[in-house]
Design a protein around this ligand. Structure first.
Ligand SMILES: [Zn+2]
Ligand SMILES: [Zn+2]
Length: 362
């Protein structure tokens, strides 16, 4: 593999080609957020106050799920400080945008801005990276999942995308709460409990059926949409010791109107190069990256990335490969032999096979 570089190394080489305004906050992004928020409120009120048929409720639910996801993408942007600069306003607006997904602003900044961005795809330090074969041994549930036949396991993994963000967010709360000072802990708790208290209050007020259409189903849909991106952002890439966004991240491509709805979240490599830059300018960064390091840059359509995700296991083997521990098959990662157009297990010689057998047997 070519020598890895930090995101600062790349950023320093691209920044001279970018206009100054690319580094200034863009509060106009909030208008789109307001539109999503109004649609979400109108949808919840319609389900709550009007007796509608199941089908109309279902359509509203789907729209709500899409706005939950879009607001989450905007929340991500706001909490990186690229929309408004004032810290209290950033946290307030970010908290509102993340309210449907019930993730607190402070927790998110710690989990995502600090830990994920500083240690992307680091085997131990990135809270979002997947397990290595050594770590799998300590995870009974996943060991069991990997014993399931391939088709069922892939289906279960995809189904789990409908709740992974919410569950992972609760896990992150448990993991990082201890890192907040005793003065900050109450606000972190408040930012967790307020959304959940609201959704539970809505359950009491609306009853289970309307609540399912107004919150539960949209939450599952919103989870699936954000996880479709999050799970393809890094999980086809290798684990790395140097935080090199061109090696450890993937940019997916979606139709233009989807990029508009999702605030350019698809440009994930660009985002890791310039997390403090408003995503509005990522197409510019992409142009430069493709000019300067065309062989290192990874991009593909979201559907192709999802297809690659379906066909490959999620356990890392020696950082660069993905291993199916049950069938003892090895697949490359992006930049390390994985061809998304033609996904096949690697050919292995006897020595490799026996080394894999050893690492998967205990
Ligand atoms: Zn990322
Ligand atoms: Zn980010």
């Amino acid at each position: 593999m070519e020598k890895l570089h930090t995101f600062g190394w790349y950023a320093a080489r691209i920044a001279p080609y970018l206009p100054k305004k690319a580094f200034q906050p863009v509060p106009e992004r909030l208008w789109a957020g307001l539109a999503h928020l109004l649609v979400a409120l109108a949808g919840i009120l319609a389900i709550g106050l009007i007796e509608l048929s199941v089908w109309v409720n279902l359509v509203i639910s789907i729209v709500l799920g899409c706005t939950f996801a879009s607001l989450g993408f905007l929340g991500h942007e706001i909490l990186h400080g690229t929309v408004v600069r004032k810290a209290w306003l950033r946290d307030l607006l970010g908290g509102i945008a993340f309210f449907p997904l019930s993730t607190g602003a402070r927790l998110w900044r710690k989990w995502h801005n600090v830990e994920h961005h500083q240690h992307t795809q680091h085997e131990e330090k990135d809270p979002d990276s997947w397990l290595s074969i050594e770590e799998l041994a300590n995870n009974r549930f996943l060991t069991w999942i990997y014993r399931l036949p391939f088709g069922i396991r892939a289906f279960v993994s995809f189904l789990s995308l409908t709740f992974t963000f919410t569950i992972h967010s609760l896990r992150m709360f448990k993991l990082y709460l201890k890192d907040f000072s005793s003065e900050k802990k109450p606000i972190v708790w408040f930012q967790l409990l307020l959304p959940w208290a609201t959704w539970l209050g809505m359950f009491v007020l609306l009853g289970p059926v309307k609540w399912m259409f107004a919150f539960l189903l949209p939450l599952l849909i919103g989870n699936f949409i954000v996880m479709a991106y999050i799970s393809t952002n890094h999980r086809l890439n290798p684990l790395v010791d140097v935080n090199d966004p061109l090696a450890n991240s993937l940019t997916v491509t979606v139709p233009k109107w989807v990029d508009v709805l999702h605030f350019n979240f698809s440009y994930h490599t660009e985002h890791h190069l310039f997390p403090g830059m408003n995503p509005k300018y990522y197409p510019l960064v992409k142009e430069k990256v493709m000019e300067m390091w065309p062989d290192r840059y990874h991009q593909m359509s979201l559907s192709m990335a999802m297809n690659a995700l379906w066909k490959t296991p999620r356990i890392y083997y020696k950082q660069n490969d993905l291993i199916d521990p049950n069938e003892q098959r090895l697949y490359g990662s992006l930049g390390n032999g994985l061809d998304p157009n033609n996904i096949e297990a690697k050919d292995m010689d006897k020595k490799e096979k026996s080394s894999i057998r050893r690492s998967t047997s205990g």
